[in-house]
Design a protein around this ligand. Structure first.
Ligand code: ADP
Length: 495
């Protein structure tokens, strides 16, 4: 309520494959919800348009109402499509539900339909809905490759028809995924795929000799958008210097911006978090201690039984200092899997406790972590939980003394920010947005920013060094961990 309103008010429509908490797989979902809420609170009109995935729990949507039934084009047919309106966590959402098999299945991704074609269909169905209903926002904000066909459809089709007002913004949350697409697949939305098969449009730059059958929706989106954003200044630099899209990004440098993500401080707030058994804040940390013990008990880890006395744990006059390290992540190569498994070993050796909450989309990785879980989960120090759980993630951030984010690359990363918001000190690799948000406690040139531990290498020794320093600070000066003003009050930064 105390947020200042912007003077130039706009209507912004986000078109996205994810939205927290109803259809969240990773940070994309968090950021869309946080950004929408931040813009709403500054006076803008905001809608989020989302596929009506079968897996969405309808009870999490308020006032769900069918507002339009219309036809949208796919592969020579007009598909009857429903548009519903509802509210999720205070944010207006339009749900697009085609009558074919698209978006059916148990999860957001990985259904038995063709995902690429489903998102190209969705991109057109959003524009078709705007045309049918006469809604003309100022900005259509698309995210990732999934909705990157929209700018092509907008400028080459709908702008020629009735949509004149909108301008298009693309946010790239992770450049690893680029929406590889054949001409004929793109043609299914009614555009002529051949037109985009040139290097100045959508041909994938990585292909030697530029194979015109290999288009990239993400590249097309970059070329066709009015503005392209990525999620941290350091990741912007990294993507301009290397990576297959760098030449395209350099060509489009004037409209390419790196703006640091924030977290949604309404959802991530230890003082009000509905998932916590006891709430807490920076001035009143007893609740954090309770959350730590609660999680330890729940997971069968040895519990420290004393309360906080002036920042120190006192059990019969002796101090017990067992730090709890938490790592909450998709288990994919980007996240530094070998460093996560190494940390498990190292934390055990250092006498700490560690909980990994992660889901592996790849069976081989799943098996590897399942084996580790079998090895460690009966023991006294480590718990490896191979699942996705929003509720558990909140409790773990609240319980944690430290969060670990050892990513090989990280466009922005939210776990370190959420951790700081919940009073957990981050240990991270210096890359992308991690380098923009975590500043090493031992870097005395920058001590007013200090809030965590940072390491550079991708080898185990580099990680060891940072964990050793974190453990030693915890053991010797625990008051710094909990009572110092480390709780990073990151406000959701609007763009
Ligand atoms: P990415 O977008 O690459 O997955 P981010 O750090 O930007 O990484 O965002 C990850 C988000 O997903 C955070 O909110 C994190 O807490 C959440 N998350 C990741 N894995 C899980 C899981 N297994 N259970 C619950 N939440 C998870």
């Amino acid at each position: 309520a105390d947020v200042e309103k912007d003077s130039d008010l706009m209507h912004i429509i986000h078109v996205t494959a994810e939205m927290a908490p109803i259809a969240k797989v990773g940070g994309l979902g968090d950021v869309v919800t946080g950004l929408a809420r931040a813009c709403l609170s500054r006076g803008h009109t905001v809608d989020v348009v989302l596929p009506f995935y079968e897996c969405i729990e309808k009870r999490q949507i308020t006032d769900l109402t069918l507002i339009t039934t219309y036809n949208s084009f796919h592969d020579g047919d007009w598909i009857p499509t429903n548009a519903y309106r509802g509210e999720v966590s205070g944010i207006p959402v339009i749900f697009v539900e085609p009558s074919n098999q698209f978006f059916k299945g148990k999860y957001v991704y990985g259904g038995s339909y063709n995902e690429l074609e489903a998102y190209i269909f969705f991109s057109r169905a959003c524009l078709e809905w705007m045309q049918v209903t006469g809604v003309q926002p100022d900005i259509i904000h698309v995210h990732e490759w999934q909705t990157s066909a929209l700018p092509l459809l907008y400028w080459d089709m709908y702008h020629q028809l009735s949509l004149k007002r909108p301008r298009i913004t693309l946010t790239i949350h992770n450049m690893e995924h680029y929406g590889e697409c054949r001409q004929e697949q793109l043609s299914k939305c009614g555009l002529d795929g051949a037109i985009y098969a040139t290097t100045d449009k959508a041909v994938d730059d990585r292909t030697i000799g530029h194979n015109p059958e290999r288009l990239s929706l993400l590249k097309g989106g970059i070329v066709y958008d009015n503005a392209v954003l990525t999620v941290s200044p350091t990741y912007l630099k990294e993507t301009l210097c290397s990576g297959w899209l760098s030449s395209t990004l350099i060509r489009n440098r004037d409209k390419y911006f790196g703006i640091l993500n924030g977290i949604d401080t309404a959802i991530w707030n230890p003082a009000t978090d509905i998932y916590l058994p006891v709430k807490f804040n920076a001035q009143k940390l007893e609740g954090k201690k309770f959350c730590k013990n609660y999680v330890q008990k729940g997971l069968g880890l040895p519990v420290e039984s004393a309360g906080i006395v002036e920042g120190k744990d006192v059990v019969n006059g002796t101090q017990r200092k067992v730090p709890l390290v938490v790592c909450i992540t998709r288990l994919v190569a980007q996240k530094g899997l070998h460093l996560i498994t190494h940390a498990i070993k190292n934390v055990e050796e250092l006498g700490g406790q560690m909980v990994v909450l992660g889901k592996a989309p790849d069976d081989r990785v799943e098996r590897e972590f399942k084996d580790l879980a079998d090895l460690y989960n009966e023991g006294p120090a480590i718990r490896i939980l191979l699942m996705y759980s929003e509720e558990l993630s909140h409790m773990l951030y609240a319980a944690a003394d430290m969060v670990l984010v050892p990513s090989l690359y990280e466009p922005c990363g939210l776990a370190q920010m959420i951790g700081m918001r919940y009073g957990a000190v981050p240990t991270v690799r210096r890359t992308g947005g991690l380098a923009d948000t975590v500043f090493d406690i031992d870097d005395h040139s920058n001590s007013h920013m200090a809030n965590g531990f940072v390491f550079d290498g991708i080898d185990e020794g580099s990680l060891n060094g940072a964990l050793d320093r974190a453990f030693s600070l915890y053991k010797n000066r625990q008051e710094i961990f909990w009572l110092r003003d480390l709780i990073y009050n990151c406000c959701c930064r609007t763009r």
